[in-house]
Design a protein around this ligand. Structure first.
Ligand SMILES: Cc1cc2nc3c(=O)[nH]c(=O)nc-3n(C[C@H](O)[C@H](O)[C@H](O)COP(=O)(O)OP(=O)(O)OC[C@H]3O[C@@H](n4cnc5c(N)ncnc54)[C@H](O)[C@@H]3O)c2cc1C
Length: 452
């Protein structure tokens, strides 16, 4: 009999696990309460990047004079933008659903919970469906964290999910939280023409990132008249008529038309029935081993619920690894997921991307590294495109030349980092990049120059 594999949650982790396991011969049932494709498609990656893409066109028209053009002006149409986002989301949802169906995955619309170690109950419009499972994947994702001092109203006090796009363009948006999500929203609304104030609880935006990379973004924000409240922790938000006032712990306050909370997420695990199956969690995140197994061997967790790197790309790869493990492939050629080699990007302007070892991390662990850096100002394609901001930085092992990591700040960084991600994953050497015959003129040539 085929392995009965039940998956709760149809985001990147769940859908990837479902299609791959079905292809490997499992009898797969996927339960999704909302939209196939998950929060990634509906609330997070896709709508945010669609809005940023529109903002990028607006920024480009503002730079048109420098490109030998005159009188280009873009006007934002929120309704058209809303329709565009919906069309992209629906297209992606259709593609993923078609793929699941074509692989023979049974898709149930409903909310599921564990009833016991081998039993899942799916609550649907037509009643409760009981499912027996040899293996279960919990991939229910996460949702925005709301602190007890804030009361989002969807009108002027927003969480990210209220902003695709909001009911009206904020004249002045106060963004609370300067991690990846916060800075992307700063960039997005500044591109649309809103005034933006960013509350930065530390002394650096993107506190987890390379200081040089963060400094490049801060410079850009300051150049674009973004107000930075550094070293200030928000402790309250008040509505005063058509305004909001964000109060900070250092006595300062930021006044705007809207406030947006971007202070992390919490896992969707409270009604999953973890106790009924004896699954252990910490702060709501299911604890997993290198195979994504929980303490109950046949119950897996992947994606944001697993508390590892909260990225759609990581969630998908975890889903794939779970499918391999469920189907016993891990005993054959199998590579464990190395979270430290995950590439990530921040879709600001300039774009930021990194992978592998960071300079500060190497310094902290006393590891000898070779660091080489090249500015895009010396790259022909960047000059032709009228955007020579940023740089490529590559970290390698001084003895062997193996690429250990890198950061890219500049246009196309999210695409270019793929080259370094492959190099880091496959243990390639800097010379492998130097000696590749690349296109000219191309931004990627900066990678070869930095690898030199
Ligand atoms: C604003 C923002 C932008 C982001 N941008 C990016 C980006 O550009 N790139 C990137 O890699 N990552 C990005 N992320 C992170 C990314 O969205 C998440 O890491 C990713 O969605 C996690 O995937 P997942 O499969 O764990 O869960 P999700 O995508 O959250 O999907 C989980 C699914 O489970 C369903 N579900 C929950 N409970 C139940 C239940 N009991 N029964 C049935 N179904 C259930 C939900 O409805 C949901 O569809 C962003 C996050 C945010 C907040």
């Amino acid at each position: 009999m085929a392995v009965r594999f039940v998956i709760i949650g149809g985001g990147p982790a769940g859908t990837q696990a479902a299609t791959y396991a079905a292809r490997l011969g499992a009898d797969v049932t996927l339960v999704e309460r909302d939209v196939i494709g998950g929060s990634a498609n509906l609330w997070d990656c896709i709508p945010s990047k669609a809005m940023i893409a529109t903002g990028a066109v607006m920024s480009l028209t503002r730079r048109s004079e420098g490109m030998g053009l005159t009188e280009l002006e873009a006007k934002l149409d929120f309704e058209a933008l809303r329709e565009r986002i919906a069309a992209i989301e629906q297209g992606l949802c259709r593609n993923v659903t078609d793929l699941l169906v074509s692989q023979g995955v049974r898709v149930i619309r409903g909310t599921a919970r564990l009833k016991g170690p081998h039993e899942v109950a799916a609550e649907t419009d037509d009643g409760v469906i009981g499912l027996e499972a040899d293996a279960v994947l919990l991939s229910t994702g996460s949702r925005p964290r709301v602190p007890d001092w804030a009361d989002p109203d969807g009108e002027r006090i927003l969480v990210t999910r209220d902003a695709y796009p909001p009911k009206e363009l904020p004249s002045h948006l106060v963004v609370i939280g300067s991690g990846v999500t916060g800075v992307e929203f700063v960039h997005m609304f500044r591109s649309f023409g809103s005034q933006v104030t960013l509350i930065v609880s530390r002394q650096q935006v993107l506190p987890q990132k390379d200081a040089e990379v963060a400094a490049a973004l801060e410079d850009d924000f300051l150049r674009r008249d973004v107000r930075l409240f550094k070293g200030a922790r928000a402790v309250g938000i008040d509505r005063e008529g058509d305004e909001v006032v964000v109060r900070c712990d250092d006595g300062r306050s930021a006044r705007g038309s809207h406030a947006l909370l971007a202070i992390g997420s919490i896992p969707n695990s409270e009604s999953l029935g973890l106790d009924a199956a004896g699954v252990e969690a910490h702060d709501g995140y299911v604890q997993i081993n290198q195979h994504c197994q929980s303490n109950v061997a046949h119950i897996y967790a992947a994606g944001d619920l697993s508390g590892k790197l909260p990225l759609a790309s990581v969630a998908s790869m975890q889903g794939r690894k779970v499918a391999e493990h469920v189907m016993g492939l891990h005993t054959r050629e199998h590579r464990h997921l190395d979270y430290e080699k995950a590439a990530s990007a921040i879709f600001t302007e300039p774009e930021i991307a990194d992978v592998g070892l960071a300079e500060a991390e190497a310094f902290a662990i006393g590891r000898k590294i070779r660091v080489t850096k090249v500015p895009f100002a010396s790259n022909a394609r960047a000059l032709i495109d009228g955007d020579p901001r940023g740089f490529v930085k590559i970290l390698s092992d001084p003895a062997t030349g193996v690429v250990l990591g890198g950061s890219i700040v500049g246009r196309g960084a999210a695409e270019l980092i793929s080259v370094l991600a492959v190099a880091v994953t496959a243990n390639l050497k800097v010379n492998d990049i130097v000696e590749s015959l690349l296109v000219h003129p191309a931004l990627a040539e900066a990678l070869a120059d930095a690898a030199e």
